[in-house]
Design a protein around this ligand. Structure first.
Ligand code: NAD
Length: 483
């Protein structure tokens, strides 16, 4: 683990193995930390925010972020390979993410020297009033396995820009790339204690971090079930929480859409990353007049998807990340069929690949009230529903507790915006899907979470407002009267 600028074993000296999902063999030995390690790391982060880091100007913090961006850009290939060995996702997907991550550090470096308050015209002439945006302090960051460094960056870059310090707990399944990032943080001469990495199991180490009295804010990305536990544990200390949780995002397709573009966008939305993406477009809600055409195109392309070694450049779909994921995904498919869905393609563990590979699956004739239409699968499974009117399309799209992403496909500009406004989702893509950027807020509501990452909104999440009243004239006032 990397704590207070030092490499250290877990306090209990335990280790565990990280398993490569493709070979299903252990490939890395990692420290298995517990509450004592969380405590040491939080204390280091507290000392740093109260000390040298807290005293730095935004201009100096920006320089640190820029140095880190350059080191990540230099080592993107190595960091991406590390992620693929840990989570089984395609090397080309992880490489794409790693090549983009420096843009986040550069964008937030640009904001670090603009974290500023306001002067407020006072209703009394003898007062000058202004606000300051101050860092919230020590942030506990907990991230999932599907895009470990990208999702950590969405927390780390704005938190550092805002002047916070951080204790990071990566997923138990994917600790390696975070520890590799720690090496670059060390090389970038980020002062000791500013970013600390502790590795270990979620329920033990993660919960210790969330419950720690010394943590000022929790930034969590993961499943709604664990997110709710995190909110309760943090709530006991009144620690505020950002929650980026799951999704059941709809692709709403109208009869005037470009059908070729739709097929491509839907494939990208659900089969990229083997569907293991929070913004997976897992529901296709399509006008019944074009449904056969759209589904036939998607099925034809799904059958051509090349599954195999995620390290190979021509592979299009890798394995699922672990055994529990496989069981969960297959359970969803079986229950969907029992509820009346028809398997248009896929539906099995791949007979050719075996292991943790699930075929790209399209389920047609799904009823909006069924489990497969409402619950997150987090696998390569598309649920298809048809509609006969715009109202029905919006109603179907909004009939889940999740509200993270949505796609609208139509050539009619008014309808595109009208429907985008009516959909319950933190992000809506029109005639596109699965695009994100450092400057655009991202997040959800309902079961998809609280708060926003990215953009200026993220700086607000990691700062708090202080109002300062300055009496200008030395006037004395009635001590028993407000104002
Ligand atoms: P998970 O909830 O199982 O685990 C997330 C993290 O929480 C891990 O680091 C885990 O070790 C930790 N954890 C587990 N129990 C804990 C506890 N009791 N206290 C504190 N921490 C604990 O999620 P996962 O399976 O790793 O990731 C998949 C989920 O993440 C999906 O639901 C997906 O939609 C969601 N996700 C959301 C976004 C987003 O930005 N909205 C992005 C990616 C993934």
């Amino acid at each position: 683990m990397y704590v207070d600028g030092q490499w250290t074993p877990a306090a209990g000296a335990r280790t565990y193995d990280s398993v490569n999902p493709y070979t299903q063999q252990p490939w890395a030995h990692v420290a298995d930390g517990g509450p004592a390690d969380a405590d040491t790391a939080v204390r280091a982060a507290r000392d740093a925010v109260d000390g040298r880091w807290g005293a730095m100007s935004g201009f100096e913090r920006a320089e640190v972020l820029r140095r880190l961006a350059e080191l990540i850009a230099r080592d993107a290939a190595e960091l991406a390979a590390c992620e693929t060995l840990d989570n089984g996702k395609l090397l080309r997907e992880m490489r794409g993410q790693l090549d983009y991550i420096p843009a986040w550090f550069r964008y937030f470096a640009g904001l670090a020297d603009k974290v500023q308050g306001e002067t407020i015209p006072s209703d009394r002439s003898n007062f000058f009033v202004y606000t300051r945006r101050e860092p919230v302090g020590v942030v506990g960051a907990i991230v999932p396995w599907n895009s470990p460094l990208l999702l950590l960056t969405w927390k780390l870059a704005p938190a550092l820009a805002a002047g916070c310090t951080m204790v990071v707990k990566p997923s138990d399944y994917t600790p390696a790339s975070s520890l590799e990032l720690a090496r670059r943080i060390d090389e970038a001469e980020v002062p000791p204690g500013v970013v600390n990495f502790v590795t270990g199991r979620g329920p033990e180490l993660g919960e210790a971090l969330v419950s720690h009295q010394g943590v000022d804010k929790i930034a969590f990305t993961g499943s709604p079930g664990v997110g709710a536990q995190v909110a309760v544990a943090a709530g006991a200390q009144l620690t505020p929480v950002i929650l980026e949780l799951g999704g059941k995002s709809a692709q709403v397709v109208f009869d005037d859409a470009d059908v070729g573009a739709v097929a491509n966008g839907v494939i990208a939305g659900i089969f990229a990353a083997s569907g293991q993406s929070c913004i997976a477009g897992s529901r296709l809600i399509v006008d019944e007049r074009i449904a056969d055409d759209v589904v036939n195109r998607i099925v034809a392309r799904a059958r051509e998807i090349r599954m195999g070694d995620p390290m190979e450049p021509e592979t299009e779909m890798g394995p699922l990340a672990n055994e529990q994921q496989l069981e969960k995904v297959m359970g969803f498919i079986d229950r969907a069929v029992e509820e009346g869905a028809k398997v248009a393609t896929g539906g099995r563990v791949s007979p050719e690949q075996g292991g943790l590979f699930v075929e790209p699956t399209v389920l047609a004739g799904v009823r909006p009230e069924s489990e497969i239409a409402r619950e997150e699968v987090f696998g390569p499974v598309l649920a298809v529903m048809t509609f006969t009117s715009e109202d029905e399309a919006v109603r179907f799209a909004n009939s889940t507790e999740y509200a993270l992403g949505a796609g609208v496909w139509t050539a009619t500009v008014g309808r595109a915006h009208r429907v985008a406004h009516m959909l319950r989702a933190g992000t809506v893509w029109i005639n596109s899907y699965r695009v994100v950027g450092p400057n655009v807020p991202f997040g959800g509501t309902g079961s998809s979470g609280w708060g926003r990452e990215n953009g200026v909104d993220a700086i607000r999440e990691y700062t708090t407002t202080k109002s300062v009243w300055v009496e200008l004239e030395g006037a004395t006032r009635d001590p028993f009267k407000l104002g």
